[in-house]
Design a protein around this ligand. Structure first.
Ligand code: HEC
Ligand code: HEC
Length: 366
């Protein structure tokens, strides 16, 4: 072989070895770091403080951790997420574990980077409802933060750096030592017999790994599976208001008559993306019920049955699978057993919270 063709072949091999293929499950890896926001211990710790701080919300009752609860795999166990008092959220709260490995953020992928995303919930009318210029001044008013920002960024706190620190903390949340990782690295005893059978169905007859593959078990693509609307919220005026508000600010012309979540269509305005949602990452999935963008399925059995019958009426993405009861059982064992990492122990940071009468009032209502 000529030297140039040999070099070309080597180049192709190097290129391919860095690629992720459909069907292939891969061990977890650290989050990539953006060049302009490198990860440091001090920055991650500062981000953690901010993540737990109720100062980031307008009425002082909510921090990021109010909805992304560390003890619940950074989700909240509810079908539709919590919201700012007197408003309703419209979607299920996503876990933040392995979030740094995701290409798109939010169910329809409207968020691009964790730095950009971090400011959305702070200013969102139905989440923390805080003016960003105002929050900057509030954080600047806390001497401990001023010292921290000086140390980490060599500068005073501002909204951009608040977002950078929050992003940094979230990038540090990576699944730890899951049985799947041990198995993929060669420890064949890491999975039970049933979980191995489930893995075979996952990558074979069940076709799950056509979309759920790679290190996070997501292809970062969007599909319209025609997941049913959540019947519990069909006529909920609060949720309808939030849906129409998000549609309006996303430039959706007919937002006033919108009765369902348009999904990816909000970003692309392309008909084929109507009600298409991102393939979610599946790690830690046993800890993040209920499922789907609207929390319509309460259990993994319901999710597996949904895929087994070929998804929602009229969808083009899935076909019926005809799984046996045994195959479904093992698939569930795989999802529960293989994908659960060790619990991430997050020590609550020592930052003095603002005294807030609303907070005590809210707590007394729970
Ligand atoms: C009131 C509840 C609530 C609060 C407070 C909240 N979130 Fe969320 N978060 C959600 C919900 C619900 C979603 C899913 C929204 C969607 O996809 O449209 C979400 C999604 C996200 C995502 C994208 C997840 C994914 O898989 O794409 C990130 C990142 C995130 N939140 C970070 C934060 C940070 C950082 C804070 C604090 C500054 C915060 N959130 C505060 C409820 C909340
Ligand atoms: C065509 C691509 C595709 C295939 C094939 C597929 N999924 Fe999914 N999966 C998705 C999408 C998209 C969603 C999110 C839908 C939504 O939020 O409305 C999803 C959601 C899920 C969820 C819910 C996760 C959560 O946190 O809400 C689980 C669990 C799941 N899939 C498991 C499976 C299993 C098991 C199989 C195989 C039997 C499978 N998937 C096959 C694309 C796919």
């Amino acid at each position: 072989m000529r030297r140039s063709s040999l070099l070309f072949l080597c180049g192709v091999l190097v290129f391919l070895s860095g690629q992720t293929f459909a069907g292939n499950l891969e061990p977890i890896k650290p989050s990539p770091e953006p060049i302009d926001n490198p990860q440091t211990y001090e920055k991650t710790e500062l981000g953690k403080k901010l993540f737990f701080d109720r100062r980031l919300s307008g009425d002082g009752t909510m921090s990021c951790a109010t909805c992304h609860i560390p003890d619940q795999a950074f989700a909240d166990g509810q079908d539709i997420g919590m919201s700012y008092p007197t408003t309703k959220n419209w979607r299920n709260t996503s876990t933040l574990i392995n979030i740094g490995l995701q290409k798109f953020l939010f169910y329809e992928g409207r968020g691009k980077s964790l730095e950009e995303q971090a400011l959305f919930p702070i200013m969102s009318a139905f989440e923390m409802n805080r003016n960003l210029d105002f929050v900057e001044e509030v954080i600047r008013g806390v001497p401990e933060y001023v010292a921290d920002f000086k140390k980490v960024f060599g500068a005073e706190p501002d909204k951009k750096k608040i977002a950078m620190a929050l992003a940094s903390f979230q990038r540090s949340l990576i699944s730890k030592n899951s049985p799947l990782d041990r198995y993929l690295k060669g420890d064949k005893k890491a999975l039970s017999k049933d979980a191995v059978k489930g893995l075979i169905t996952f990558t074979g007859k069940g076709k799950c790994a056509d979309c759920h593959y790679g290190a996070t078990l997501s292809d970062d693509k969007f599909y319209a599976l025609n997941v049913p609307e959540n019947p519990d919220f069909k006529d909920d005026a609060g949720i309808a208001a939030t849906r129409r508000f998000v549609a309006k600010i996303s430039g959706f012309e007919d937002y006033r008559t919108l009765n369902e979540d348009p999904g990816r269509y909000l970003v692309t305005k392309d008909k084929k993306d109507w009600r298409a949602f991102r393939t979610p990452a599946l790690r830690e999935v046993s800890k993040t019920a209920p499922y789907m963008h609207n929390g319509v399925f309460k259990t993994l059995d319901e999710v597996i049955d949904f895929f087994d019958r070929g998804g929602g009426a009229g969808n083009d993405a899935l076909k019926p699978l005809n799984l046996s009861a045994e195959e479904k059982k093992c698939l569930k064992t795989f999802l529960i057993e293989a994908l659960a990492g060790e619990d991430l122990v997050i020590k609550h940071p020592q930052i003095r919270q603002i005294p807030c009468p609303f907070y005590d009032y809210r707590k007394s209502m729970e």
